[in-house]
Design a protein around this ligand. Sequence first.
Ligand code: AMP
Length: 274
Amino acid sequence: MTAMSNRFRQAGKRIAFVPTMGFLHEGHLTLMKEGRRLADKLVISIFVNPTQFGPGEDFSAYPRDFEKDCALADDNGVDIVFTPDAQDLYPKGFDTYIHQERLPGHLCGLSRQGHFNGVMTIVAKLFNIVAPHFAIFGEKDFQQLAVIRRMTKDLNFNIEIVGHPTVREPDGLAMSSRNTKLNSDQRDAALSLITSLRNAKGSIKNKQTDSNQLINDAIELIGSHPETEIDYIKICDPETLDDVSTIDRPVLMALAVRVGETRLIDNIILTPDS
Ligand code: AMP
């Protein structure tokens, strides 16, 4: 991979990179499209990274379909699909992880201890191997994007981080590889995530500025669906991820909900008077 990257760079080509865990869907394909628009060469990685899954999480059950992913990559103008082996990336004796002080202490970082250390470590390794000019990440994983932006700045990676809006199913459900795990009742229940975020947007239009009220409305709606278990629903500052109690500026409303066995996340930016 690095040799090919060097060749591209020597030929004056700009490289865009989209890291993924595979089981590609329209959300991933949209990031790839953005990559093709930005650069001459498009590299994606497919790697289900063991270090970002905690004990009891769905590492082994994570959906995988390598052949279909390659066909999709082919159809979507990807130049290189990089599919490293876990043994190559984490050989015997591997002992170095990236830690960030503040951002991981919010939202998903609280219930997924060590998750962002794993994410930052793999992304830093992939950045070093692929040496892209641009790396594109989805806003669906808003905290991940924030953590990566911070890491890129703090560790002086010479890479432009590009965020892309969440791609949704026609009914609003945020696309996710994990959606395929939902049965039809769970699929209906999962829709309550985006419905509650959109309701919050509606309440803001009606001049509601109290975060607790919006959060309670969301808890009530999501909780009224069977098989839902709320991990968190937060309204916070989009930069620091610190809680915001009165919505007097653009804020992030983010949530994580278990539907059956499947943990789903979603978020929206709420802007007063919008
Ligand atoms: P994953 O394969 O789930 O690790 O995701 C790989 C990249 O695709 C990450 O940057 C995600 O934020 C992004 N992504 C996943 N789902 C979506 C979506 N529905 N819309 C936009 N980006 C997404």
